[in-house]
Design a protein around this ligand. Structure first.
Ligand code: DGL
Length: 326
């Protein structure tokens, strides 16, 4: 049997970064091109035929709708290309979870799509990029990786897009998932899934547009005054995510401003600024017209709200069912 065919889409990040020294802390992300990276990966003799495409070469703090649209187009084409068995996206770790979730919402689940990064630049001692990449290849070559949505592979773990977040600024074990910590364990030679695919043969849930609705995030803190809400509003603001304290809470005067916004037709989603921030509906949400983000982090709640508003879904009950889904 011939080796699986993978499309590798490169966007930059630390996995393609260089420090100019094996021990220096400072470095530049997005320095190595995909051809050079795949040249290094060739030394691993992985059992896959790989074609690389450079989509961008940036630090992922600069990731956004234009590059998302390019990635989405490439992935959609790969889904129907008989010469492609799976896609790997190399990505900076800072916003990998947002790209993963956005693609998770906008791609069919018919072939594996795996995002991978590194915490140490390519010339650092203990570079984790090649091991993470070898693991990503192992995952993308497994037909059982399909039907699980977009996956993120870091430090020998496979995470689902909806659950994963970057939790640490240092060290190779930088990602964690909530409520599911991870959905599989992987090494370059072994892959163990925790359970069967849960989204087999699902069509894309949302269409992706290059311009996304304006949905700011309101970060709540002690001593916050209600004028912060107006500071975030722009003429085109189409929704707002509250990065609340505790279980999506906010000071009463801030809540009063948000209730007015919700009444004017701007959906307000309550999320939490905590690491394990499950936010369930509370009885007041009905009267306030608010939506509970459930286990989604504020940046992911923002992405989902953008997809919903862009597809014309703006009533709180329908938005709530999308947040309640998997
Ligand atoms: N600024 C970062 C980025 O591209 C580099 C961090 C990383 O990739 O780990 O997300």
């Amino acid at each position: 049997m011939s080796a699986p065919k993978l499309l590798i889409l490169a966007t930059g990040g630390t996995i393609a970064g260089m420090a100019g020294s094996a021990t220096r802390h400072e470095y530049l992300p997005g320095q190595i091109g995909i051809a050079e990276f795949l040249g290094q990966a060739e030394t691993l003799a992985l059992n896959a035929q790989m074609t690389g495409k450079q989509i961008a070469n940036i630090g992922s703090e600069d990731m956004g709708p234009v590059i998302w649209a390019k990635l989405h187009r490439e992935c959609m084409a790969a889904m129907t290309d008989p010469d492609c068995d799976g896609v790997i996206i190399t990505h900076g770790t800072d916003t990998a979870e947002e790209t993963a979730f956005l693609l998770d919402l906008t791609l069919p689940t018919s072939k594996p799509v795996v995002i991978v990064g590194a915490m140490r630049p390519a010339d650092a001692v203990g570079y984790d990029g090649l091991r993470n990449f070898a693991n990503a290849v192992r995952v993308a070559c497994d037909p059982a990786a399909a039907g699980r949505g977009v996956l993120l592979v870091m430090s020998d773990r496979v995470h689902a897009a909806r659950d994963v977040r970057k939790a640490r600024t240092r060290g190779t074990e930088a990602f964690q998932g909530f409520p599911r910590d991870s959905v599989g364990l992987v090494t370059p030679s072994a892959l163990e899934w925790f359970g069967a695919p849960w989204r087999s043969d699902e069509a894309a849930r949302y269409a992706l547009t290059e311009t996304l609705p304006d949905v700011p995030i309101l970060f709540i803190h002690a001593g916050m005054t209600p004028d912060y809400v107006a500071r975030l509003l722009a003429p085109k603001t189409a929704g707002m995510v509250v990065c609340g304290v505790g279980e999506g809470n906010m000071p009463n005067p801030v809540r009063a401003e948000l209730v007015k916004l919700a009444a004017s037709g701007i959906p307000i989603v309550r999320a939490s600024r905590l690491d394990e921030g499950l936010v369930d509906r509370e009885p007041e949400d009905d009267a306030n017209g608010f939506i509970a983000a459930r286990a989604l982090t504020p940046p992911k709640a923002r992405v989902l709200l953008q997809m919903l508003v862009a597809s014309g879904v703006t009533d709180p009950a329908s938005i709530q069912s999308a947040f309640d889904g998997r």
